[in-house]
Design a binder for this molecule. Structure first.
Ligand code: BG6
Length: 528
């Protein structure tokens, strides 16, 4: 298998067995930020799962890099604990762990100290020599964003970045956030492309590795019956919800103060979901084909003037309240690391318009928030009503049925949890009267497929090792997303900015978000 060319993973006919996905190239993975939460919760467990499924090469080294000094063994113990806790198997046998642990190493480096990188280069040589061989190197930047450039520059300085065209290339995965506004994202892209070619840069958005997110494309372009309805002639509006019940657990308050919901979720996960729901089918199902179509959606987003921000965007922040399990939780302003008079938004709802041929005039509603009643991500496509209402609609709560408004058809992509797709339509209610009743047809992953859904990071890490960047973000994608978000951030900073609304923890956000729903529309309450 070539390691230098882009693998068109989604191109027909595609691999037919897991064995075809196995990475055979001798590989060294270097994780910067190895003592952080992401490495313990996601990265090492994902590598372990891939390794258990025999998808990684035998000649594999994983080198954790961070600022604290640790002997290899102490790092391995820490990672063992993490894998037992977070890897799906839960049944990591001593034998399995021993075998995997022999691939894991640790090296202390101060991220801004060139001498540390020289030592890292020597250590990699040693490890690779002991391993007998090495070829490709994958660097994972799981550090604070302020270190991204330092790390890449230093890696370049000590000759650790091998050319994209090399038989044994180096690739770099960069965690989000990629920039904190348009100017910083443009600058970061300019700076890192002095050292890396675009095909070596893997900007990660873990939502793109979620099975159900990928299924949006399979569903739309793998079936004939729905795609013809996905346009302004048939769709009334689309609602995208990325709701979380968590607050600032894991001492995230200090980071979140610099981000807020718009930067943390809308600019990346939210707009990526919107792209997949709205994009055109690519001419060819290649990485470039898909990226090009996503960029076109982002380019068609109607940029907001400050007055439109006031009209079409609602921001909120949670105050103390009770979560679904009845636990009392503090206000955002009382969380560790948060300013007592913080105006950071923990909730945002937007009405967006995609000014292109397919979607002209169809509002897309996107909301995300912390401390909402449940963790749920879904995309609901609501269709237009039939031209005439012949029948009376009845809805029942328990045994009590009442005449209600006609219910429009909805197609709901449930991204998480209870992954699946539901179609809501009306059926005749049994009996002498001609009444209709909304009913639901469900496809549920765990009922239809008896296989485990892979973790997003497993897929994305495997793709990066195979040189497939389809599910990573291209530079113009990140920049165009910021181009849309930037005017909103600016309007919020300006004199006379629209207010921040407060909502009680455990509710669906500020009531003001309801005013975005005009023309008789309303926010969906996702099923529990
Ligand atoms: C991250 C955000 O990108 O995504 C977090 O920084 C958020 O604030 C998380 O909690 C949500 O991811 P998931 O996979 O749990 O939906």
């Amino acid at each position: 298998m070539s390691t230098t060319s882009t693998v068109d993973f989604l191109h027909k006919p595609g691999p037919t067995s897991l064995a075809e996905l196995k990475v055979t190239t001798p590989t060294t993975v270097v994780i910067f930020g190895a003592t952080g939460d992401l490495t313990a919760r996601k990265l090492l467990p994902a590598f372990f799962q891939l390794w258990s499924q025999k998808l990684l090469p035998d000649a594999l080294s994983i080198v954790g890099v961070a600022r604290r000094p640790f002997p290899d063994n102490a790092f391995r113990d820490m990672m063992h604990e993490a894998i037992v806790k977070y890897a799906d198997a839960g049944t990591v046998s001593a034998e399995q762990w021993q075998a995997f642990a022999s691939h894991v190493h640790y090296q202390q480096v101060e991220f801004d100290d060139p001498a540390g990188y020289a030592a890292l280069a020597r250590r990699l040589e040693e490890i690779e020599t002991a391993q007998g061989t090495s070829c490709q190197r994958l660097f994972y930047l799981a550090t604070a964003p302020s270190f991204f450039l330092d790390i890449i520059e230093n890696l370049g300085q000590v000759g650790l970045i091998r050319d994209a065209k090399d038989r044994c290339p180096s690739r770099v995965i960069i965690e989000k956030p990629f920039g904190h506004d348009l100017a910083s994202a443009l600058q970061l892209n300019r700076d890192i492309t002095r050292i890396l070619a675009e095909e070596q840069i893997y900007r990660i958005d873990h939502y793109l590795g979620k099975e159900t997110v990928l299924n949006i494309l399979s569903f739309r372009f793998g079936n004939a019956i729905f795609e013809t309805l996905f346009n302004s002639r048939h769709v009334d509006h689309v609602q995208i919800t990325v709701a979380e019940s968590i607050g600032m657990e894991g001492r995230r308050g200090a980071f979140y103060e610099t981000a807020g919901a718009l930067r943390d979720v809308v600019q990346n996960h939210g707009l990526q979901l919107l792209c997949l729901a709205a994009m055109e089918p690519p001419a060819v199902l290649t990485s470039k084909g898909i990226h090009d179509e996503k960029v076109k959606v982002l380019q068609s987003l109607r940029i907001m003037e400050p007055s439109q921000v006031a009209r079409d965007v609602v921001r909120g922040q949670y105050v103390a309240g009770s979560t679904v399990d009845g636990q009392h939780v503090p206000a955002y302003r009382s969380e560790e690391g948060v300013q007592p008079r913080s105006t950071t938004e923990t909730y945002v709802a937007l009405r967006l318009y995609i000014d292109n041929w397919r979607w002209a005039g169809v509002p897309f509603y996107l909301r995300t928030g912390k401390r909402l009643p449940q963790r749920v991500t879904e995309i609901a496509v609501q269709f237009k009503q039939p031209p005439l209402h012949f029948f009376t609609t009845v809805e029942c709560i328990g045994d009590v049925c009442d005449i209600s408004q006609a219910k429009p058809n909805q197609l709901v992509f449930r991204i998480q949890p209870d992954e699946g797709i539901s179609l809501i339509f009306s059926a005749k209610r049994p009996g002498m009267l001609f009444q209709i009743h909304p009913v639901q047809m469900d496809f549920l992953y765990n009922r239809s497929f008896k296989v485990k859904i892979p973790e997003a990071y497993e897929r994305l890490l495997l793709d990066a090792l195979r040189g497939d960047s389809t599910l990573f973000m291209r530079s113009d994608e990140v920049e165009t997303a910021w181009r849309y978000v930037d005017p909103i951030l600016q309007a919020w900073r300006a004199q006379g900015a629209p207010p921040l609304h407060f909502y009680e923890a455990g509710t669906w956000g500020p009531q003001d978000a309801d005013r975005l729903m005009d023309n008789g529309r309303s926010w969906r309450t996702p099923a529990v």
